[in-house]
Ligand binder design. Sequence first.
Ligand code: AHR
Length: 499
Amino acid sequence: RTARFTVDPDFTVGPVDPRLFGSFVEHLGRCVYTGIHEPGHPTADEDGLRTDVLELVRELGVTAIRYPGGNFVSGYRWEDGVGPVGERPRRLDVAWRSTESNRFGLSEFMTFLRKAGPEAEPMMALNLGTRGITEAMDLVEYANHPGGTELSDRRVAHGDKDPFGIRLWCLGNEMDGTWQTGQKTAEEYGRLAAQTARALRSIDPDLELVACGSSARGLPTFAAWEATVLAETYEVVDHVSLHAYYEETDGDRDSFLASAVEMEAFIEEVVATCDHVGARLKSSKKLTLSFDEWNVWYQRRPNPHPVEDWQEAPRLLEDVYTVTDAVVFGTLVITLLRHADRVAVACLAQLVNVIAPIMTEPGGPAWRQTTFFPFAQASRYGRGTVLDVRVDAPTYPTDRYGDVPLLHATAVRGEDGGVTVFAVNRGRNEPLTLEVALRGLDLSRVVEHSALADADPEARNTPDAPERVVPHAVEGATLVDGTLRAVLEPMSWNVLRLR
Ligand code: AHR
């Protein structure tokens, strides 16, 4: 079986915004405490940050990091997380029924970012659940104003002389969700988001603002929510958010492997809704998308860890990912790249311990989950311009999405002229031959063919076997007379680097 496509530098999707490789740190479970922050850990630095985790975060290659939630932010008072640590209040976090010590807050997060790699930048979420315009303005003034006002001087007195310069702000989180503290109707949220956006822009017109779209494509309010919210906010925001999580249900692996079909539809429907609102407003502006929560997440599985209400840093959402999950995850990364013309920001939810590519044990090791690898490789090699890839591939039947192509793929041309092909063979049992016609590209060799695949589809990395699943080099790919030929193993994620 053979799948084919042609690439030509004259036919492009668009440039990749580095923020497509963003992630997410929420005060949830052990993402912050014993995840990134664990004073007393043998690898902790002078700021209590785990340097073993920092090393992995840098290797992962994350850019924009969303903080501090998630559902958590909709009950959060940002003032609790600034100033002397010993004076910070302990509070109930009603979103996750945990106790929040506030030992980690804004200043600690900015310190973490400074160490998290050259491209790490903040994406701050504002509480528009229990709070409003004033508190949002206060936080922007505290964080970004140089000095000479009560709030900016408070930051200086807290030890942060230089303003944080945070550009990217989310106007709330999942405000359509019944589970959200302070959930709103689209009309209520649209007005509040627009008024907050105007107030923040009057402090700093250059802020980049994200309006909340739907928390899931399957919600009954999807698309109508976006249309109503954007009718209010279109001219004062830059991006609209999308959130999506995928999981295998009822043992239907073939449909799970086709999850990207749903993600593509979601992106295209939100783009269409944005453009429809823009047309109605006779606006020349085009909104972009912030896919600020995406991942594989087994929401229907019971938590295997015993957790009591109001614990500090309980073990929540600690999904252990298989090689199958990593292959699906790879198709989601490919989908984001395939829509680089409209997806400006995307955040892998989340970064450490909570549905995360990096896991830790308190006082113990940190290791890479299977999903670490597709993300790290895409962030490393998926920079430049996405080429238009139209796949011609054999299909396989799925219950949920009908006939689906066995191949999901994209190609990115770097500034040096090299091209990287990212390709997934969704077929569970058969290899797939890939043929790519490379037109108008001065390429002569395959630098590397790396694959993530395993004879055991349930293979995973654990503290006892942290490197059970890692990418391996594949021999045999050729580039002759402008055609790349390679064999993709059954159910595999592949990276083919061409020069
Ligand atoms: O990422 C986990 C949770 O999923 C976030 O807190 C919330 O925004 C979403 O529902």
